[in-house]
Each structure stands twice: as structure tokens, then as C-alpha cells.
Design a binder for this molecule. Structure first.
Ligand code: MGD
Ligand code: MGD
Ligand code: SF4
Ligand code: MO
Length: 752
């Protein structure tokens, strides 16, 4: 019996403004508009440049030309790539802009407006007491930075975002670790850290164990908590092909994302682009944060239906007895009440998985950004193991990663949890043992800064202010740091709100297709891409490469120890170091000569042998979450006409993380940023109609004047966009990984 099955399954009622398929003609219109515009020739040149796409981790581009993926297929560039390039080829921020705009004025800018200011083209500083950013000389920058990095190492930190290169990442961590700091916060702490933690514990690896080649042999994909139609569009081509060859796609998402129902892909202009291709064979809409219950339910059904691969478990797994016992003994009532999906739907999912030959399990932020994100990943991988869908071609677990080189930053050791092998290799390089204090991951960094424990911070890309929950705290915390150095290509709200106590410096950097040297990046599929040298379109600009800045700073701090830092400005030497230090990266030693892009060795698992001490996968029991929402009174709201909801915060169609490219989200029918996507039934409970305005209040603040949009989101849940929404809630984090629970934010909603 289902106690809390969907009362109106499926929750697919949208508003009249939403299109019938994801992708489709608007994508082509966007391409046409941009490629035929005045900046069109620059855009084409960049698209054909031999470098990896800037945008997501799916990793298109590189040496075979801008449109080719790692298995040589053409036409693999999506409009997200064009969006990202268009922002980078903007004209410079006008020369006198910072002189004529005070910080107070800059703080009024939205994320979109900040990005539209253009490319940063000379360094600036905001000094304590000054109301404006001023131009600064390189000599003064290095003088300030050198003094700042001579503070006690535990008070020095970095934050990074995954757009830079492997070479910059390697140098960053080498510099910090040589100085004695392990405070290497990274955007992955806010993102896939729960995946890394769980995969490490279960399989002894940090990343996806599925290659693109292997994915092409799957006849079932389970995609949980990932809106790939928006954020990894070329993954959609693989899903279309799976359906074409008779395979099945199970989507798990509280929101019925139109692009995951039907997607029109430009890669298949005739059969898919206009009519759209069916994606989901089965669409399950669990309560946000309840995926463990849903996956335990799938495990229970697999066991009950005899789809469990006992021989596989006995031979290749440890700890499976407890996992199976849990699934057996938990009642269907408890499972369905927790996840809000009916037993019959769960059983259908189990039958699909159980009868498929090869199944791949993919996931993204809907799984990781919860207080039990690690358990969520465990429960997915447990399901793969129970059904024997791992350790062979066409099967396995595949975190769908974020930024285009976020995985490379992790591989290079930009993490507070340094791999033992890298530690040993660094010790050899340093000729001494490496003192590795615990280190601040991103949330710990904010907390430490808030407590006055950080003096110096270098941010290699990103928007630390905008990416964090509780914007008020983030601002206050950054304001306690003496010196902040931002390396960035374009201005963002973090540069205007995340201001240091004494000196805030913004250093304009060259991007991936402009660097004077070759660089490399690593895709989410563990494929290493080589980016050729390039040139910037910015005339008379005073830009620097990330590698040049980091090596020059390190040289001034450390002279020639443990490497000749200035020599590293020829990035071939950095690649030699990487080859010696980073497991699986041996082939990078010859990439300059061979141009051969490669899959990192030891990452893809096609046999049931894992990198754990016993060679077996380790399984962990996954307690069901207790998903209780606070009462309105807990928010200090006394009115009866209000509703408490589980708010999911994430990306609109046209934004890249904290950078907004366009204010609306046409596929969800949300016309601007200040909308809340709600189920009609919920809205009617407090007498709201589509288009009405509400206050949305969390535990850290509230946003007034938010427009109600009816959408295909399950009852009890709602969706809003970050970074704007980050002002209303405090960070509740996943204890083992530090990742904030962005996808289940309790809020109270009431009419304005
Ligand atoms: N164009 C573009 N591409 C990007 C990015 C971008 O901003 N723009 N960002 C990059 C980065 S850094 C990342 S991390 C990825 C993000 O890629 P995604 O993870 O796909 O993006 P999100 O919008 O955070 O959320 C994904 C989905 O999770 C669902 N969800 C929310 N809560 C739950 C839950 O409890 N359970 C389940 N099963 N689903 C849930 C939401 O409805 C949403 O559809 O994309 C990368 N690629
Ligand atoms: N509420 C909520 N908050 C979230 C999330 C969520 O789903 N909900 N998602 C979280 C996730 S998954 C992530 S990854 C973080 C993202 O957090 P970050 O990675 O910190 O933020 P981005 O917005 O990607 O950073 C964009 C900036 O990077 C700079 N940049 C771009 N290219 C380059 C380059 O080549 N070099 C350098 N040096 N700078 C460059 C530009 O100045 C640009 O403004 O946000 C997190 N925050
Ligand atoms: S799927 Fe990702 S890597 Fe590929 S072209 Fe699109 S944004 Fe770039
Ligand atoms: Mo991310």
C-alpha cells in the first residue's frame, strides 16, 4: 500500500508559456543570432580553436577541432559553449569605468549586469577607506601579494573554480603546500565533493568509472538529480541514442524538466531537432532530499523480483549483507512515505534496471547538495552493485561533473584531502616531509574567515561570495580577510561584495583559448584535453596568464624552491612535473610532441576489480533521511495563510553558475529571476494564482515580490534560482564532505 504516493502522478502540469520540447529550434536561433552577428567571426574562430569547451565537464573540443568529442564524433558543440564564448569575447570594461563608478554603485549591479560590463583588461585595487577601484601597477601588486603570503601559513588560503588549467591548478597547490598551507578550498566543495567522498570509500577512486565509449554500450541510463538538457546538453545525444537502440532512460527528479521528457537535438537535425526525441522512459518525482529512500526501494524491488546478482556481490563486494538486510526489512510504507513515489513506480524502475543488459547510473547536484549527499551516492552505487551493473563495459557509476576543468583541479591536488600518492610525490619534490594540517574546504574557509582566522586569500576564478549560502555571512567573512586577490576574466558580483578589510585586488587573466602557452584540462569522463596557444582580442590590454602570475608570485616568495618557478612559465615543464606526481597522468609527459589526448589510466573500470585494498567494492548501509519541514512559527511567521516548502535552488537555462546570461528561463516558463516555481495545488492552498507575488523567507533572510509560476514540480517542493536566492538561507552542510544542502532549503511562502 502506498501511503505517500504522488497524489497527482505525474506532477507534470506546467503553465501555458512552456514549450513542448527541450532544446529544439530556439537553440538554432541562438546559434544563428550569435554567429551571424558582428562578433560572429570572432566566435567562429574561437569555436574552431583547438581547445576544450569552456562551459561544462562533458568536455567537447580540443586537438581534433572545436566540434569533436573524444571518440571522434562531430557536431558536438552546444549553444552553452557559444554562450560561454560570447561572454569571453566581449569588449573590455571601458577604460574609465572604475573611476566613475563607486563601490556603492557597483553593488547595485545584478549578476547579469556585472558580466555585461565586459572583459577585465587591467588590474585594479580597492584600498581600505577608498570608494573606488583604482588601477594598480604590477610592482605594487607583487609587493602587496608577497607581504600578504608571508603571513602564518594557516592564515593563508586559496579558493578556485574549475575554469583554469591543470597547469595553473598544479602550481597553485604546489605554492600553497610549499608555504605550509593546506587551505585549498575549491568550488567542488560546493558541488561533487559528496560523490568524491562516497566513490573513494566504495571503489577507491574519486571520479566517474564510466568512459564515453562505455556509456555508448549501455542500454539503460538512470539519471538522478541532473538537468542535463540545460547543463550538459551533449549528454542528451547519448540518451537519444540509447532510446534509439531500444534502451531505457529512467529520470529521477522532483521537477519534470521538459528537456528530460523530450529533447530536440541539433546533432540529429532531421529526426530530433523539430519533433524532439523522447528521453525519459520512466520519470520519477521524489520529494527533494529523499533519493536514498527511492534507491533503497529500487533495491528492495530488485531483491523481491529476483534481479539481485548474489554471485557478483559475493565475489566482488564487501558489506553487502547489511545493505540487503536493510532493503529487505524496511517496509514499503516507510519507503514510499519517505520518497513520495509509489511502490508500483519503484517496481517499474527495478524491472527496467533488472532486465537491462548494461546500466549506467548518472547523477549531479540534485543528489549531492543535501545533508545526506554521501548517503545518496552510496545508495545509487549500492543499487548498481546489487544488480551487478558495474565492473563491465556499458555499466557503472558516473557523476556528471560541473565546470569544464573542476575534475582536473581535484586531480592536481587542489583539495584539502590530498591523495597519499600525491603527498609522497610532493615530499620527494620538496625533499622533506609535508606538513598537511586539516585545511579549510570552502565552507570551513568562510567560517574561519568569519571568525577572523584568515589574513590572505587568492581566488583563482570563481565567485566565492555568490556561490555560498547566506550571502550576508559570506560578505562579512570576506570582509575580515586582510588581502583578497581575485584572478578573473570578467567582473562578477563577488568582486563588488566580497571585499577584503585592507586590499582587494582584481587581476585580469587570459582564458583558455588566449593563453600564450599550451594548457590541459580533464573532462568528467577522465579524458585529458590539450589546449593550444591563442591570442586575446583585447587591444592594448594588460592581462596576464594564471600560470605567469602564480609562478612570479611563487618565485618572489620561495625563490627556486622546490622548482625553478619562473621556468615553469613554459608550461611544458609543469606537465613534466604533473607526469611525475599525479597518478594516471603519465601520458602528459609526451603530449607536447604527440598531441595525443588521453584517458587517465586506472580510472575507467570495465572489470569487477576496484582500487580498494581488497579489490572489492565496499558497500555502506544508507539510513533513510527524516525529512521534516519546520513550522511557519519557526520562521517567526504567525499568519495562517502561508505554506512551508522544500525549496530547491539551482540553475536557470541561461546562466553559468553565478553568472547570468539571460534573465528568463523559457523551458520552465519563468520569465525572470525573481520567480518561484510551484505546484498549482500548493499555490491554491494559500489562495495564490499564477503571477501573484509572494515573500519567500528562509532562516537567514527573505525575498519579497517573488512571482509565482505554476510548474511541473512535485507538491511540497519549489524551485528558485541562485545566486539571488542565496541571501535567504544559512548553510546546512553534509558533514563528511562540507557540501551545502542547496537542494532542500526549508522556506515559508506567503502572499505579499
Ligand atoms: N549551462 C550550464 N552548464 C553548467 C552549469 C551552469 O550553470 N550552466 N554549471 C556547471 C556546474 S558547476 C554544475 S555542478 C553542473 C550542475 O548541473 P545540474 O546538477 O544538472 O544542475 P542544477 O540546476 O543544480 O540541478 C539539477 C537538478 O536537480 C534536481 N533536484 C533538486 N533536488 C533534487 C532531489 O532532491 N533529488 C533529485 N533526484 N533531483 C533533485 C533539480 O530539479 C534540477 O533539475 O552543471 C555544469 N554545467
Ligand atoms: N544556491 C545554490 N548555490 C550554489 C549552487 C546551487 O546549485 N545552488 N551550486 C554550487 C556549485 S555546483 C558551484 S560549482 C558553485 C560555483 O561557484 P564558482 O565556481 O565560484 O562560480 P562561477 O560563477 O562559476 O565563477 C564565475 C567567474 O569565474 C571567472 N572566470 C571565468 N573563466 C575564468 C578563467 O578562465 N580564469 C579565471 N581565473 N577566472 C575565470 C569569471 O570572472 C566569472 O565571473 O556554486 C555553488 N552555489
Ligand atoms: S556539452 Fe558541455 S562541453 Fe560539450 S559543448 Fe556543450 S557545454 Fe561544451
Ligand atoms: Mo558545480
Amino acid at each position: 500500500m502506498d501511503t505517500n504516493a504522488q497524489s497527482q502522478p505525474p506532477f507534470n502540469e506546467t503553465n501555458e508559456d512552456t514549450p513542448e520540447i527541450g532544446g529544439g529550434l530556439p537553440v538554432i536561433e541562438y546559434w544563428a543570432k550569435h554567429t551571424l552577428s558582428p562578433e560572429g567571426s570572432k566566435l567562429w574562430k574561437t569555436l574552431f580553436h583547438h581547445s576544450a569547451c569552456l562551459s561544462c565537464s562533458w568536455g567537447t573540443g580540443g586537438q581534433k577541432g572545436g566540434f569533436t568529442n573524444e571518440v571522434g564524433e562531430k557536431l558536438q558543440r552546444c549553444m552553452k559553449s557559444v554562450e560561454a564564448i560570447s561572454a569571453e569575447i566581449q569588449p573590455p570594461v571601458p577604460k574609465h569605468f572604475f573611476e566613475t563608478h563607486s563601490i556603492a554603485a557597483l553593488q547595485q549591479l545584478s549578476s547579469l549586469e556585472a558580466d555585461r560590463l565586459g572583459r577585465l583588461s587591467f588590474p585594479v585595487i580597492l584600498r581600505a577607506g577608498s570608494s573606488h577601484y583604482d588601477r594598480i601597477s604590477w610592482d605594487e601588486i607583487y609587493a602587496i601579494a608577497t607581504t600578504a603570503f608571508q603571513k602564518p601559513p594557516e592564515r593563508v588560503a586559496s579558493y578556485s573554480s574549475g575554469r583554469g588549467s591543470n597547469e595553473a591548478a598544479f602550481l597553485l597547490q604546489l605554492m600553497l603546500r610549499t608555504l605550509g598551507s593546506n587551505n585549498l578550498a575549491d568550488c567542488s566543495d560546493l558541488c561533487h565533493a559528496p560523490s568524491t567522498t562516497a566513490l573513494k570509500a566504495m571503489f577507491g577512486t574519486n571520479t566517474s568509472i564510466v568512459s564515453l565509449e562505455s556509456l555508448k554500450q549501455a542500454d539503460c541510463v538512470v539519471l538522478a538529480g541532473a538537468n542535463s538538457a540545460y547543463n550538459h546538453p551533449r549528454l542528451m545525444n547519448e540518451l537519444i541514442k540509447i532510446r534509439d537502440r531500444g534502451g531505457k532512460v529512467i529520470v529521477i527528479n522532483p521537477v519534470m524538466e521538459i528537456g528530460l521528457v523530450k529533447f530536440g537535438s541539433p546533432a540529429f537535425p532531421v529526426k530530433s531537432l523539430i519533433p524532439g526525441s523522447e528521453i525519459a522512459s520512466l520519470y520519477l518525482q521524489p520529494i527533494p532530499g529523499s533519493d536514498v529512500a527511492l534507491f533503497v526501494g529500487i533495491q528492495k524491488a530488485l531483491i523481491e523480483k529476483g534481479y539481485i546478482d548474489q554471485a557478483f556481490l559475493q565475489a566482488h563486494a564487501e558489506g553487502w549483507e547489511a545493505v540487503i538486510e536493510d532493503a529487505r526489512s524496511l517496509s514499503w510504507e516507510t519507503i514510499t512515505a519517505t520518497c513520495g513515489v509509489s511502490q508500483s513506480e519503484i517496481e517499474t524502475a527495478a524491472t527496467i534496471i533488472g532486465t537491462s543488459k548494461n546500466a549506467v547510473f548518472g547523477w549531479a547536484m540534485g543528489i549531492t547538495q543535501h545533508t545526506n549527499g554521501v548517503d545518496n551516492v552510496y545508495s545509487i552505487a549500492n543499487t548498481a552493485l546489487i544488480s551487478g551493473q558495474i565492473g563491465k563495459m556499458g555499466a557503472g557509476v558516473m557523476p556528471v561533473r560541473g565546470h569544464s576543468n573542476v575534475q582536473g583541479f581535484g586531480s592536481m591536488g587542489v583539495t584539502v584531502k590530498l591523495k597519499e600518492e600525491i603527498k609522497q610525490a610532493l615530499e620527494q619534490l620538496l625533499g622533506r616531509s609535508l606538513n598537511l594540517p586539516q585545511g579549510y574546504h570552502t565552507r570551513d574557509l568562510i567560517e574561519a574567515a568569519d571568525a577572523g582566522k584568515v589574513d590572505t586569500l587568492i581566488c583563482v576564478g570563481g565567485n566565492l561570495y555568490g556561490a555560498n549560502p547566506d550571502s550576508t555571512q559570506a560578505k562579512r567573512a570576506l570582509g575580515n580577510i586582510d588581502t583578497i586577490i581575485y584572478l578573473a576574466t570578467k567582473p562578477n558580483i563577488g568582486h563588488f561584495h566580497g571585499l577584503a578589510k585592507t586590499n582587494t585586488i582584481i587581476i585580469p587573466v587570459l582564458n583558455r583559448f588566449e593563453n600564450p602557452h599550451k594548457t590541459t584540462v580533464e573532462s568528467g569522463n577522465n579524458f585529458v584535453r590539450l589546449n593550444d596557444e591563442g591570442k586575446t582580442h583585447l587591444k592594448n590590454a594588460d592581462l596576464i596568464s594564471e600560470v605567469e602570475f602564480l609562478t612570479e608570485l611563487a618565485h618572489r616568495l620561495l625563490s627556486d624552491y622546490p622548482v625553478e618557478w619562473r621556468k615553469m612559465q613554459d608550461t611544458r615543464y609543469v606537465r613534466q612535473l604533473i607526469a611525475r606526481t599525479i597518478p594516471g597522468y603519465e601520458k602528459i609527459a609526451t603530449i607536447d610532441d604527440t598531441k595525443e589526448e588521453f584517458t587517465i589510466s586506472g580510472r575507467i573500470v570495465t572489470e569487477p576489480r576496484f582500487k580498494t585494498p581488497s579489490g572489492k567494492a565496499k558497500m555502506f548501509a544508507t539510513p533513510l533521511p527524516k525529512l521534516i519541514l519546520p513550522a511557519p512559527q519557526d520562521f517567526g511567521v504567525e499568519s495562517d495563510n502561508c505554506l512551508v516548502l522544500a525549496l530547491m535552488t539551482g540553475r536557470s537555462y541561461s546562466q553559468h553558475n553565478t553568472v547570468v546570461y539571460k534573465i528568463g528561463d523559457r523551458y520552465r516558463g519563468m520569465p525572470h529571476r525573481h520567480c518561484i516555481l510551484m505546484n498549482r495545488i500548493d499555490a491554491e492552498k494559500i489562495n495564490l494564482a499564477q503571477g501573484d507575488h509572494v515573500t519567500v523567507q528562509g532562516d537567514a533572510g527573505r525575498l519579497d515580490n517573488i512571482e509565482v509560476i505554476y510548474g511541473a514540480v512535485r507538491e511540497g517542493a519549489a524551485l528558485m534560482f541562485y545566486p539571488e536566492v542565496n541571501v535567504i538561507f544559512k548553510a546546512k552542510t553534509e558533514a563528511r564532505s562540507g557540501t551545502p544542502a542547496y537542494k532542500r532549503v526549508p522556506v515559508v511562502v506567503y502572499p505579499n
